[in-house]
Design a protein. Structure first.
Length: 47
């Protein structure tokens, strides 16, 4: 039973991360992990 709970928790985490990346890319963010994404201080968008 504990194996099922652990698998469900891991699936929820991976699914949530995937959904976050999907929404961020859909909104046009170029560098998701950068706290300055979309601002003038972001060096990621200058590449």
């Amino acid at each position: 039973m504990t194996d099922i709970v652990i698998i469900l928790v891991l699936l929820a985490l991976v699914g949530g991360a995937g959904y976050y990346i999907y929404k961020a890319k859909k909104s046009g963010k170029k560098c998701i992990g950068c706290p300055y994404a979309g601002t003038a201080g972001c060096s990621c968008s200058k590449k």
